[in-house]
Design a protein around this ligand. Structure first.
Ligand code: PEP
Ligand code: MG
Length: 607
């Protein structure tokens, strides 16, 4: 689970007036500040910061034509009603909780509700829309700011508290008007570097790589989904950069080095010039790597390795193809449930998935069923679960261990059945495989197989000629340990080393406080991988790696030494891994594998 505490465990490399060393050059500056976090997605970017203030929602402001004023007032009125509905639901929940704080909270929610019914605030916003002919979000922001300014001018602690209430209510209204609350990412100057305390996978899904320069956040681990998405989108990123939000303001120039995790706020001209040079070298290397895309991934002694792409968003399809992916080895379907108001129905899921299958032009696409939960949050799904009385399902004390992934699908059958029906229909368009996340037992697989058979029997003319292969993610230690039994039930294994590491080592993959302990090459993880691979080989089923380890050149020789011939990774890693494979042979792989047997000294895999 992503932690919300502020991470002040790390201090900037050096403070403003001290001497600093950057790539071997000593510099002195009065403004410049250097921060260091986890470099999770490589690349160098120099650009203006855009600081996301979670407290205050930033909004676009635009004029509306006279003829649209009535419609704008109606839009505002809908947002007010929605806000009241939300507050009522919250109040009911608080009321049912009982206990000391609930009375206070109910009082607070009542106060918020009063601000939304026939109040000065509502009348003020209506008047702004009508008289100034501006959009409702901008009108809300103007009126709430005016009220807050008036209250803060009076020295009174009761009124000081009301200022927060006004801001909360204003933000709620703006969120309900915007529907998608991070729309503001689309109006940024090109090349902006997003800076926030916490950037969720849903936020990242809204970022257009052509517009956004990179990502810097105060929280997050190297294998969090935000990190994975940044790598997939080719957005340089540094996470767990403590103190960055207070050090940078919107518009300040930043340098972000996503390989080193370094962030420089307000750099001097000289430092900008040094990094511009490094950026040029980085781009040159990328261009050289890109030229490899048409070569085969064959070792020096002639072993062919299949390299596929992991994909999380539709816009990655082109990158996967351009980088020579031989298929999509892992299509994460969570994006279909993020940043939206309603659940996607079967037809919508079919259309979305069909674009991947036809887009890959005959190359295989492995579609994973929904893996929402842990750090991948879907608000629309959360609301749906609330309506099914499963409101606590995805949260609880340990969301990573909760009702998520296939467990959720089996508990909430309409969710699973709708998705299976859509996947089966797209399987008529090209080679498709179905992959199940977080499998931990044989009965789970059998239940899903029965659901697939049922869904298949319901499809009419557009059914595929035969059922697609069914695979299990091996990402829970239990699955690796019973790999022999699971291998009898499925057609392939896909080893998810990200979660396998998290669950084997009890290290939250998204928590920056333990990020240094997260190690997919830990001997315990390697033993689990070996167990699963041997079970698959014995049963004669396919096995591939789709966790981030597959894209890590340090680990590739070890994985090949186990007999793995299929790796799936973010499109951005394909050329690098291909270059690595083309330089390997059995002897080199064997040496790395032997060294990994040493359980007493990290790093366990030495190259
Ligand atoms: C994994 O856990 O290794 C995996 C590939 O799945 P995800 O990163 O989507 O959890
Ligand atoms: Mg996983």
């Amino acid at each position: 689970m992503r932690s919300k505490r502020s991470a002040h465990w790390w201090r900037p490399d050096s403070m403003t007036t001290e001497k600093k060393q950057i790539h071997g050059v000593k510099k002195e500056s009065r403004r410049e500040k250097i921060f260091r976090g986890l470099g999770v997605s490589p690349g160098i970017v120099i650009g203006p910061a855009y600081v996301v203030e979670r407290g205050a929602v930033s909004v676009p402001e635009y004029m509306i034509p006279f003829a649209r004023v009535t419609a704008e007032l109606a839009r505002f009125s809908q947002a007010v009603n929605k806000s009241i509905e939300q507050l009522n639901a919250l109040k009911e929940r608080v009321h049912n909780q009982k206990g000391g704080a609930s009375e206070d909270l109910e009082g607070l929610l009542d106060a918020h509700m009063r601000m939304l019914t026939g109040s000065r605030l509502i009348r003020g916003v209506d008047a702004r829309i009508t008289e100034h002919r501006i959009n409702a979000e901008a009108a809300v922001q103007a009126v709430t700011t005016e009220f807050m300014d008036q209250y803060s001018a009076i020295a009174d602690s009761y009124l000081a508290d009301r200022i927060h209430d006004i801001q909360d209510v204003g933000n709620r209204l703006i969120r309900n008007l915007n529907k998608v609350h991070v729309q503001s990412f689309t109006n940024l100057p090109r090349g902006s570097i997003i800076v926030a305390d916490d950037i969720t996978p849903a936020d990242t899904a809204l970022m257009e790589p052509k517009r956004i320069g990179g990502i810097v956040s105060g929280l997050g681990g190297a294998q969090s989904h935000t990190a994975i998405m940044a790598r997939s989108l080719g957005l340089p990123a540094s996470l767990a950069v403590a103190g960055i939000v207070s050090a940078a303001s919107t518009g300040t120039t930043l340098i972000l080095d996503g390989s080193e995790g370094r962030v420089i706020v307000d750099p001097t001209e000289e430092v900008i010039a040094q990094y511009a040079e490094l950026r040029m070298q980085y781009r040159k290397e990328r261009r050289q790597l890109y030229r490899q895309r048409k070569l085969s991934a064959t070792t020096r002694d002639g072993i062919d390795i299949t390299l596929q792409a992991n994909v999380e968003l539709p816009l990655e399809l082109e990158a996967a193809k351009a980088n020579g992916a031989q298929g999509i080895g892992l299509l994460r379907t969570e994006f279909m449930f993020m940043n939206r108001e309603t659940l996607p129905d079967e037809d919508e899921q079919y259309e979305t998935l069909a674009a991947f299958v036809t887009g890959m032009e005959g190359r295989p696409v492995t579609i994973r069923t929904l893996d929402i939960g842990g750090d991948k949050v879907s608000l629309v799904l959360k609301r749906y679960l609330e309506s099914q009385n499963l409101s606590e399902a995805m949260e609880g004390v340990n969301p990573a261990l909760g009702l998520r992934a296939i467990r959720l699908g089996l508990k909430c059958r309409p969710l699973l059945d709708t998705q299976l029906a859509a996947i089966l229909r797209v399987a008529a368009l090209g080679p498709v495989r179905i992959l199940l996340p977080m499998i931990m037992s044989v009965p789970e697989v059998r239940q899903v197989r029965a659901a697939i058979n049922q869904a298949y029997n319901k499809i009419d003319a557009c059914a595929p000629p035969r059922l697609p292969p069914l695979g299990a993610m091996i990402e829970v230690p239990a699955a690796a340990l019973i790999g022999d039994a699971l291998a009898q039930e499925v057609d392939f294994f896909s080893i998810g080393t990200n979660d396998l590491t998290q669950y084997a080592l009890a290290i939250d993959r998204g928590n920056e406080q333990v990020a240094d302990l997260y190690d997919p090459t830990h001997p315990a993880v390697l033993r689990l991988i070996e167990l699963a691979v041997k079970a698959a080989q014995k049963a004669g089923i396919d096995v591939n790696i789709c966790g981030e380890m597959a894209g890590d050149e340090r680990c590739v020789p070890y994985l090949l030494s186990l007999g793995i011939r299929d790796l799936s990774m973010s499109a951005a890693s394909l050329s690098r891994v291909k270059r690595c494979i083309r330089a390997l042979d059995e002897t080199a792989c064997g040496q790395v594998a032997r060294a990994s047997r040493n359980v007493s000294s990290a790093p366990y895999i030495k190259t």
